[in-house]
Design a protein around this ligand. Structure first.
Ligand code: GLA
Length: 399
């Protein structure tokens, strides 16, 4: 009897150690991904140089951790079904690359697809899930983005569950990023399957536009923002809505980049930069490494913002934070500056979802401007400011 009990207890202990291993992404993951800037034009030099730049630019110190290789790293499967990297683009192999990235104190991510082929036409993992998971684990991979091309007739929830289980049985903690574009409402089923799930189609480096490509279209910052409207209740520590990777530094204006980054932080989104870190401008770097804005994204409560006021082109978002603080983001969606004379007392934040209320009528909060890095008074007086076109003012209010 005693032996049986010990056996059961050990089994439970092993299971819970296994589960703990996958207890990742307590705050939204931060890193870099090759797709937005380089698409299929990738190789091991780019990945190594990006890892170097992640450290030398201060991005790593700001919290960015994952170096993620997106589509097109693949070569072919061998006669036993094992996948190999493209021998011309990745001649040293993935294990060597992972060792290099790890030697910088960073983590390495890779990409595959639940279907027969990736979106770039490379071999998908359908039918090879366990074999691929073991391969990734043996290479030392830390993050898997799992796409949804060539999946006709496949059930999304089951497909992502299969890969989750494959990763678990491979035994290495690998962050699992679900990328099925929100087509099958992953927020309803993916909480215990992936650490994050894409909520929309692909982002493009444009603030306010939709670019059609026949069967699909890519979306600007505002188009993606608007699609997050009803999703905040589904996200939290360990399971995040993913409004797609960042386009900061990829061609939008500085105002637009600042607004994009601020909004993603308000959304508690994964912060996966998508620009060329080897040639990053001072201005782009100062956006991506603004510690005060990143801290809003990384707040331990993991509550996504709500749009609490809508005045047309001027919208105001509020994100309840730890320590009874709240972040407030005034967004100017339009193309002309908007002057603001904002009487806090008229606009309390009441968030039924988190149960956190901020009654500016009865309590005075101190205001910190997170882009100016300055304390700018309190909610006792009206906020007088001008929000530039396609830009934000982002504030943190503390008691
Ligand atoms: C899909 C994904 C993108 C990217 C490409 C790669 O479109 O949504 O993020 O991974 O595939 O082909």
């Amino acid at each position: 009897m005693k032996k049986v009990l010990i056996l059961i207890l050990s089994f439970v202990a092993v299971l819970s150690i296994q589960a703990q291993k996958f207890d990742l992404a307590k705050t939204p993951p931060m890193g870099w991904n090759s797709w937005n800037k380089f698409a299929c034009d990738i190789n091991e030099d780019l990945i190594r140089q990006t890892a170097d730049a992640m450290v030398s630019t201060g991005m790593k110190a700001a919290g960015y951790e994952y170096i993620n290789i997106d589509d097109c790293w693949h070569g072919t499967r061998d006669s036993l079904g094992f996948i190999h990297p493209d021998p011309i683009r990745f001649p040293s192999g993935m294990k060597a690359l992972a060792d290099y990235v790890h030697s910088k104190g960073l983590k390495l991510g890779i990409y595959s697809d639940a279907g027969t082929q990736t979106c770039g036409g490379r071999p998908g993992s359908h039918g090879y899930e366990y074999q691929d998971a073991i391969t990734y684990a043996s290479w030392g991979i830390d993050y898997l983005k799992y796409d949804w091309c060539s999946t006709t007739g496949i059930n999304a929830e089951n497909a992502y569950k299969t890969m989750r289980d494959a990763l678990r049985s491979a035994g290495r903690p690998i962050l699992f990023s679900i990328c099925e574009w929100g087509d099958n409402n992953p927020w309803l089923w993916a909480k215990d399957i992936g650490h994050m799930w894409r909520t929309t189609g692909d982002i493009t480096n444009c603030f306010d536009c939709e670019k059609g490509f026949g069967g699909w279209s890519s979306l600007g910052v505002l188009q993606i923002l608007d699609k997050q409207k009803d999703l905040r209740k589904y996200a939290g520590p360990g399971h995040w809505n993913d409004p797609d990777m960042l386009e900061v530094g990829n061609g939008m204006s500085l105002n637009e980049d600042r607004a994009h980054f601020s909004l993603w932080c308000m959304l508690a989104a994964p912060l996966i930069s998508g620009n060329d870190l080897r040639n990053i401008s001072k201005e782009t770097l100062s956006i991506l490494t603004n510690a005060e804005v990143i801290a809003i994204d990384q707040d331990a409560l993991g509550i996504e913002c709500l749009k609490y006021l809508d005045f047309g082109n001027l919208e105001v978002y509020a994100k309840p934070l730890s320590n009874k603080e709240v972040a407030i983001c005034f967004l100017n969606r339009g193309e002309t500056a908007i002057p603001v004379d904002f009487n806090w007392k008229e606009f309390p934040v009441r968030d039924a979802l988190s149960g956190m209320n901020f009654e500016f009528g009865s309590k005075v909060y101190n205001i910190r401007d997170l882009w100016l890095h300055k304390n700018i008074g309190s909610t006792a007086t009206s906020l007088k400011a001008t929000i530039p076109a396609r830009d934000v003012i982002m504030l943190k209010l503390s008691e």
